[in-house]
Design a protein around this ligand. Structure first.
Ligand code: HPA
Length: 292
């Protein structure tokens, strides 16, 4: 698969296949499950028995730059008995990266030959059913970022056909079977979990209470600033997708008048659930491995 690109492509014209091949040349493991760790899921990285790790700076085409709570490392190793590749930390649109840069690591994972990705994030709860500390399995999403990562991307197959398509189907982006596994694992670990709709905004400001009321009426259960661009690209590349939000706060206005949001509190809440989040992801990986 080659990606020739036109349009709004500042900077990142590196081929994902070249980076994937460079990785494959230096590691033994051939994981088929990828884990993308957002805030609150960093414990997963520490639970991996490492074969190799790379700073994003070492990987051609990977976005450089960080925000608090994100490491910027690609890990290859085992989570329990399962071979995994882990993206510990992600680039965000709100940091100034364009979506080509944000989603480049996903294209590398696809080119590396993965079957499935589990994306994780921190999110604010919009649904009355959600409280801080809960988890939400993504059933669907609303892309409210105002941009789409496939804009300007032309992907041509070797036969000259335009394949995979920029007009990617998103009807069942979140794999029903993987969602079933996540539900079963959450139940077995007695976690408070709901399935819901994740709405992505560009950020970085938090939302106003009026926006949150509007998003609720649109059908959103939770709100965050990541994940959907990666999911769109993952689906374009044919990866099976599951995604999980750790609910770190009630979305703006939901906690009552005058209750404000702070990034530090969001991160503190995220970290307080890291052990539980790690167990959830590890058990998901174990059951996924029995399935494939
Ligand atoms: N809004 C947007 N992104 C978030 C939130 C929120 O309330 N909490 C964690 N990430």
């Amino acid at each position: 698969m080659t990606h020739s690109r036109t349009g709004n492509l500042s900077g990142n014209v590196c081929e994902p296949t070249a980076t994937a091949n460079a990785l494959a040349a230096v590691v033994r493991g051939r994981p088929r499950l990828g884990l993308i760790l957002g805030s609150g899921f960093g414990g997963v990285a520490r639970a991996v028995t490492l074969e190799r790790s790379f700073n994003y700076e070492e990987l051609k085409g990977f976005p450089k730059g960080r925000v608090a709570g994100h490491d910027g490392q690609l890990l290859i190793g085992k989570l329990g008995d399962v071979d995994v590749i882990v993206l510990a930390g992600r680039a965000h649109f709100y940091e100034g990266f364009n979506l080509d840069e944000v989603t480049f690591p996903i294209r590398v994972l696809a080119a590396f030959g993965l079957d499935t990705v589990l994306l994780t994030n921190a999110a604010g709860g919009i649904s009355p059913a959600l409280r801080a500390g809960d988890f939400m399995i993504l059933r669907d999403h609303i892309n409210f970022m105002g941009v789409n990562p496939l804009r300007g991307v032309v992907s041509e197959g070797s036969s000259g056909n335009v394949e995979p398509s920029r007009f990617t189907d998103m009807t069942e982006a979140y794999d029903p079977e993987l969602r079933r596994i996540l539900r079963a694992v959450a139940r077995s670990q007695r976690l408070r979990v709901v399935e819901g709709v994740y709405l992505a905004v560009s950020g970085p400001s938090y939302e106003t209470p009026a926006e949150i009321r509007a998003f609720g009426r649109l059908g959103a259960s939770a709100v965050g600033m990541s994940t959907v661009a990666e999911v769109i690209v993952a689906r374009q590349c044919g990866l099976r997708v599951a995604a999980l939000s750790g609910i770190t706060n009630l979305a703006a206005g939901r906690a009552g008048p005058g209750v404000r949001l702070s990034h530090e509190e969001v991160l503190a809440q995220a970290h307080s659930r890291e052990v539980v989040a790690t167990q959830l992801v590890a058990e998901f990986a174990r059951r996924w491995n029995l399935l494939v």
